[in-house]
Design a protein around this ligand. Structure first.
Ligand code: NAD
Ligand code: DAU
Length: 350
């Protein structure tokens, strides 16, 4: 295994912290520089178990600050990048589209520019890996799957800003030969996810016997992947993916929201020793999300056939593991839901 220095952006967030942990633990010869501005979604608690490792460094800073990013490339002689930092929540991007654009588009162009300048067009051993989402492809009807060639058709400020960032990453490949790779993944779930996203929000509300706000008719469909399987896919693509290529990542695990919510309620009732269907009684239909995409479903066969990657757990196992984690980590949940979380919650749900 060669020695190299890898910049991971957004490593204090949900998926980023799983990627950082995996890279620090699996690759002792790599130096992992975790760069994160610690927004409401970033939390160094997520990395307590690896923060003292000798191959791990944390830098607090903003990817929108171009000068700072240049300095990071110079300070650490960065060889490769795994870029996850983003404003990642659709509902927040509806409240504040400009922030999504600034972080997701300006942040990405800054990283691409610093990488290119620092590598001085000598790309031997270099790689820029951009982590993106299936939402760039838009919304599916009842049939079909997103493949890598599906035309982009983003509908929310979040997905439009991620689409913009994907286009820039590809433009740097075609125009400057920057060695890039992109992955577009479906919905993740697992430990350390901020409780604004469906699964951790509902776990927290079920625990506290609060209403479960289901948008619209509840029949919107998502393809769910356990976050540690996303981290293993990122590891695979980072090491084995081909320059200039895109890989779709998914769990082959489609659920209508309401069916998933019923399963979650039932697993929570069992974990909390509550009577059968107690938590289903908390379900409350609320106003729909504007521009709500009806269905996402990923065809991940390119990743399976070319790079031999598959998810490792069933949804039932992954969900049980996730519920156990949230119930055991009450302090984490209480810490992240104090302060600004309360005002966000009021704005979104009152
Ligand atoms: P998250 O919101 O949990 O974490 C984002 C992290 O980025 C946080 O630690 C935050 O502090 C940091 N960050 C935000 N703005 C920053 C800035 N300007 N400078 C530096 N750091 C900044 O997000 P997540 O769910 O872990 O998603 C990570 C990436 O994966 C995103 O690019 C997202 O688009 C993509 N993705 C997410 C999912 C999903 O289901 N969550 C699925 C597919 C792709
Ligand atoms: O598909 C990948 C994307 O998945 C990622 O790129 C995003 O970063 C991530 O946030 C996620 O986006 P979604 O919008 O699909 O996730 P969210 O958890 O916000 O919502 C999942 C579904 O649940 C969606 O149909 C909206 C619905 N929902 C969500 C919330 C928060 C509700 O019905 N009620 C809610 O309160």
């Amino acid at each position: 295994m060669s020695k190299k220095t890898i910049l991971i952006t957004g490593g204090a967030g949900f998926i980023g912290s799983h990627v950082v942990r995996r890279m620090v633990q699996h690759y002792p010869d790599y130096t992992i520089v975790n760069l994160d501005s610690l927004t409401y979604a970033g939390n160094l608690e997520n990395l307590k178990d690896v923060e003292k490792k000798s191959n791990y460094v944390f830098e607090k800073g903003d990817i929108v600050d171009a000068k700072f990013i240049d300095q990071i490339f110079e300070k650490y002689s960065i060889d490769q990048v795994i870029h996850l930092a983003a404003e990642s929540h659709v509902d927040r991007s509806i409240h504040n589209p400009r922030l999504a654009v600034e972080t997701n588009i300006m942040g990405t162009i800054n990283l691409l520019t610093s990488a290119r300048n620092s590598w001085k067009d000598n790309f031997e051993g270099k790689r820029f890996y951009h982590v993106s989402t299936d939402e760039v492809y838009g919304s599916l009807g009842a049939e079909g799957f997103f493949v890598e060639e599906t035309p982009y058709d983003p509908r929310s400020p979040y997905s439009a800003s991620k689409a913009g960032s994907d286009h820039l990453v590809r433009a740097f490949f075609h125009t400057f030969n920057l060695p890039i790779v992109i992955s577009n993944c479906s919905n993740n779930y697992g430990s350390h996810q901020f409780p604004e996203k469906l699964i951790p929000l509902f776990i927290n509300n079920i625990k506290n016997e609060k209403p479960l706000p289901v948008y619209g008719d509840g029949k919107y469909t998502r393809d769910w992947l356990w976050v540690e399987d996303h981290a293993s896919a990122i590891d695979t693509i980072f090491h084995k993916g081909k320059n200039g290529e895109t890989y779709n990542i998914g769990g082959n695990n489609e659920w209508k929201n309401i069916d998933l919510i019923h399963l979650l309620c039932d697993q929570m009732d069992e974990a909390l020793d509550r009577s059968t269907h107690f938590s289903r009684g908390l379900i409350t239909y609320v106003k729909d999300r504007p521009g709500h995409d009806r269905r996402y479903a990923i065809d991940a066969s390119k990743l399976k056939n070319e790079l031999n990657w598959e998810p490792s757990v069933t949804f039932q196992e992954g969900l049980k593991n996730t519920i156990d984690w949230y119930l055991k980590n009450e302090d984490w949940l209480n810490n992240v839901t104090s302060g600004s979380y309360q005002s966000y919650y009021k704005k979104q749900y009152s």
